[in-house]
Design a binder for this molecule. Structure first.
Ligand SMILES: C[S@@+](CC[C@H](N)C(=O)[O-])C[C@H]1O[C@@H](n2cnc3c(N)ncnc32)[C@H](O)[C@@H]1O
Length: 511
């Protein structure tokens, strides 16, 4: 076990020093016993994250934070970025908490008052220390370390949370990916080019009592040169920005080349069987298909790759979305952004911008690549569903033909729901659209038909697809080969989209 370390205490955040383990324990108790964790914060304040500029929840949060009690004091400091008198706080918070917050630099004295130097958000009972939100901070910092953000949440949801020996969180920022990975990894290495980030991540690790995490400062894979990991996570600075205004989200490289190069470097740092999961954006140039842009990134990688596309935006839509975010994050003046960004895209013939995620698995042998479009954003844990999809893909890739599907035993994967619309027109009820939904995981929804529903509900996890096809053909007096071919076609589609899982033997029969 290693303790949280940074290269040079305080780094580019002078005065911020990870508390000693004993101080950290007292601080953690101080936060958690006051209800400073996600569930209570969301209940009381509507969010467990600091507000953004123009956040309409701000007035309500302010009202709540005026309530007497320890949660109000901590929220005034670490959610809203407001000063509180040391005397008032000392009376309400657990003994020793205020001095220790000052000692590690989370608070600074300003006359009679104590002003926060960081913000604190929460994911469950994990505390996430970042720079104060721009809505609360006096100045914009180029090296500002932001707290929880939508892409961080997406990666948290996608992460495969099986026990592993070593995890790398590349571009750790506030450290949130690393903190959660520490729960299922023997060792976690968190890296960032921004020393302010590694300082805050190390401080956060201590605050959370995480002892199996190291923090290293440096560009991309530089700090871990020659090392391999069982799991690599990265929510990199993927925004396709023409200028580097903020280290957190801009990478200063041409279009999507930063993510491309990261993807190409990943395999050399993955152990055999290890996974890498990364959020990214990429472009289409001259109307090219979204797959064609990224396909060459994996060629010869020695990895199986699952590429998931979430959204696609035209360049102007993308610019407008980023303008709105920039004004909320206080990172750019939206007024000058539109022309600057659109000139950049036009001059490079960018016709679309795509966002999604990649999952790579290092594996010797003939590798596969699978592209998939998601209809909706992921919400909730998806790690198990991703592992299941890898198992299914491996199985499908190993089959010589669709006929071989008939030897498999199939069953519904995870939690599924079938929905049927009933439509009334002029007093007459008729059946409308049928939908098949995944209740968890990637939450895919597809339109379906009554025959497919019947087929799904007949899969008992014991009978092979071939036997099922024969029984169905007999029942309906149909040609067995035709029924088998149709069932194999439907089974393949449902397996590929994650609605079914398959095994070669019924459960219990295999050794
Ligand atoms: C979008 S933030 C993600 C932060 C955090 N992992 C999360 O999920 O919220 C990207 C992070 O990558 C870091 N970064 C930017 N350029 C980098 C580089 N060349 N090498 C390593 N990290 C970099 C930024 O400082 C920032 O902390």
């Amino acid at each position: 076990m290693t303790t949280p370390e940074t290269q040079g205490e305080g780094g580019e955040a002078p005065g911020l020093v990870p508390p000693s383990p004993e101080d950290a324990r007292i601080l953690r108790d101080g936060f958690l016993s006051s209800g400073y964790e996600e569930e209570s914060l969301v209940r009381e304040y509507g969010t467990a994250e600091p507000p953004f500029t123009g956040d309409l929840r701000f007035p309500r949060m302010l009202e709540c934070a005026r309530a007497p009690g320890p949660l109000g004091i901590l929220a005034r400091w670490f959610l809203l970025g407001l000063p509180v008198s040391g005397g008032e706080a000392g009376k309400v918070l657990r003994p020793g908490v205020v001095e220790r917050l000052v000692r590690c630099g989370m608070l600074a004295a300003e006359g009679e008052e104590l002003r926060p130097r960081v913000a604190v958000g929460a994911v469950g009972r994990t505390l996430v220390v970042s720079d104060p939100s721009p809505a609360c901070a006096a100045e914009f910092r180029e090296d500002q370390v932001r707290g929880l953000n939508p892409s961080a949440r997406r990666l948290l949801d996608l992460t495969i949370r099986r026990p592993v020996a070593s995890t790398l969180d590349l571009g750790t920022g506030c450290g949130v990916q690393a903190f959660l990975a520490a729960g299922h990894s023997e060792r976690v290495t968190a890296t960032d080019v921004n020393p302010r980030a590694t300082t805050l991540a190390a401080l956060g690790a201590r605050l959370n009592g995480i002892e199996n995490m190291e923090c290293l400062t440096g560009d991309r894979f530089e700090p871990v040169r020659g090392r391999r990991f069982s799991l690599i996570l990265s929510n990199p600075p993927f925004i396709l920005s023409p200028v580097r205004r903020n280290t957190f989200s801009d990478n200063g490289r041409e279009l999507d080349s930063f993510c491309r190069d990261l993807v190409r470097e990943i395999p050399a740092h993955l152990e055999e069987g290890g996974f890498a999961q990364m959020i990214l954006e990429w472009v289409s140039v001259g109307g090219e298909d979204w797959r064609d842009r990224i396909r060459p990134w994996f060629e010869g990688s020695g990895c199986d790759v699952w590429a998931l596309k979430g959204y696609t935006r035209e360049a102007w839509q993308y610019t407008v979305t980023r303008m709105l975010e920039a004004s909320q994050a206080g990172t750019r003046a939206p007024g000058v952004m539109y022309d600057e960004w659109m000139d950049y895209y036009r001059s490079r013939n960018v016709t679309a911008v795509h966002g999604g995620a990649l999952v790579l698995r290092r594996r010797s042998g003939r590798n596969w690549t699978w592209f998939e479009e998601l209809e909706a954003d992921v919400t909730g844990p998806c790690g198990e569903a991703i592992l299941r999809r890898f198992r299914t893909r491996d199985l499908l890739e190993s089959l010589p033909s669709d006929e071989a599907l008939l030897d498999l035993v199939l069953r519904p994967a995870g939690e599924l729901r079938i929905e049927q619309d009933l439509v009334c027109r002029e007093g007459e009820w008729t059946r409308g659209a049928l939908r098949l939904r995944q209740e968890a995981g990637l939450r895919r929804t597809v339109g379906t038909e009554p025959d497919v529903v019947r087929f799904l509900t007949e899969l008992d996890g014991r009978t092979s697809l071939g036997d099922l096809a024969r029984a169905t053909a007999e029942r309906f007096g149909a040609a067995p080969e035709e029924v088998a071919a149709e069932m194999a076609r439907v089974a393949r589609t449902l397996l590929e989209r994650g609605f079914l899982e398959a095994s070669r033997e019924p459960p219990g029969r295999s050794p």
